[in-house]
Design a binder for this molecule. Structure first.
Ligand SMILES: C[S@@+](CC[C@H](N)C(=O)[O-])C[C@H]1O[C@@H](n2cnc3c(N)ncnc32)[C@H](O)[C@@H]1O
Length: 331
């Protein structure tokens, strides 16, 4: 069904349904029966997980959010002028705190028409949709609760030049092969003359990176452990969450952070919805996230392999983080 786009109004559609419980079940069955047990990071983000992620963004060690915001503040007017963007389709929008910088620039340029947040977290999409339609006069908000790997085909047609922000370094959660496949699929989402605005964390002193994922307040640990609460609640599992600990380290060869959960003692876990029994040896780990760090060469290579070309890479003076403007490559 075609969505109604109403000037200055809000509409939220959910593309998650019974099949998505299936997706969680399939991911868990697939991940926990591998030799190195694994869970995909998108399952962190129930309402509590989204709150914990917001708390991470405020941590002193987590340089990513404040640095990306500063880059956006410095270059948003330029990005809007160069792209002529009238709408934003934001992937993994979360609580969209940095998005205001782009929306403000579009409003000031007189181009702002529509905002489309896309996120698996229903609570954040609803909250942001309601907030922004109030804050920005005349703005249409079409919220999409869904999985950006599966549901982008349901996006409405562009109403004019489209800008697709994918911020927060979330692209780093994809392993290299699927990262390129996903970027290629984004080319189709951009529409004629559209642009991608991609936030990536950069390779730097490993101690700085590791500190960002091992904060002294233990918020990242709670965020990581939250995925076990999700499995207990959604799949009737009986993980003893207190018997797992948070582990995060920078893999210097692959240049990515790995977050893991380590069993502090042997455990036998039952997952009712899967009729599955899983054993953990003492100190056995589940990999819950990778977060790839980029060099300009890696970024350019990934974009090129996905049929995209870099228009400009904006960084901060310390080169901690990058926000890159890209478009479909001209042949
Ligand atoms: C690292 S946070 C970034 C949030 C925000 N963009 C920022 O920059 O602070 C990742 C966001 O992507 C969402 N997300 C993760 N995997 C997703 C998927 N497959 N489909 C849709 N949203 C996803 C999460 O719910 C979360 O809000």
């Amino acid at each position: 069904m075609a969505p109604r786009i109403l000037n200055g109004q809000v509409e939220v559609r959910s593309h998650l349904g019974p099949n998505d419980e299936r997706t969680l079940a399939d991911d868990v069955l697939d991940g926990l029966t591998r030799p190195l047990k694994e869970l995909p990071p998108k399952h962190f983000y129930d309402a509590r997980g989204s709150e914990l992620f917001d708390a991470i963004c405020e941590l002193p060690e987590y340089y990513q959010t404040r640095t990306e915001r500063r880059i956006l503040e410095t270059h948003a007017d330029d990005v809007v002028a160069r792209t002529g963007a009238v709408e934003l389709v934001e992937l993994g929008s979360g609580s969209a705190t940095k998005t205001r910088v782009l929306l403000d620039a579009m409003r000031d340029a007189g181009t702002l028409a529509r905002y489309i947040p896309v996120d698996v977290s229903a609570t954040t999409v609803h909250a942001v949709a309601e907030l922004f339609v109030e804050e920005y006069e005349g703005l249409s908000v079409y919220g999409m609760v869904g999985d950006f790997e599966r549901h982008l085909k349901h996006l409405p047609a562009p109403v004019g030049p489209r800008l697709v922000p994918f911020l927060g370094g979330t692209i780093g959660n994809f392993p290299p092969g699927s990262r390129r496949r996903f970027l290629r699929s984004l080319g189709k989402t951009l529409g004629d003359g559209g642009h991608l605005l991609l936030g990536t964390d950069l390779v730097k002193d490993p101690h700085v990176i590791e500190a960002a994922y091992n904060d002294s307040a233990g918020v990242t640990a709670q965020f990581n452990l939250n995925v076990l609460h999700v499995l207990n609640r959604e799949l009737g599992a009986d993980f003893d969450v207190d018997a797992f600990e948070h582990v995060a380290f920078f893999d210097r060869e692959r240049e990515w952070i790995e977050m893991r959960l380590r069993a502090t003692k042997p455990q036998h876990v039952r997952i009712d919805a899967l009729d599955l029994e899983v054993d953990f040896a003492g100190r056995e780990e589940i990999r819950t996230e990778i977060s790839a760090k980029f060099t300009p060469e890696r970024l350019r290579g990934d974009l090129a392999a996905a049929g995209l070309e870099l228009v400009e890479m904006f960084t901060d003076p310390e080169e901690l983080f990058a926000v890159s403007l890209a478009r479909v490559a001209s042949d």
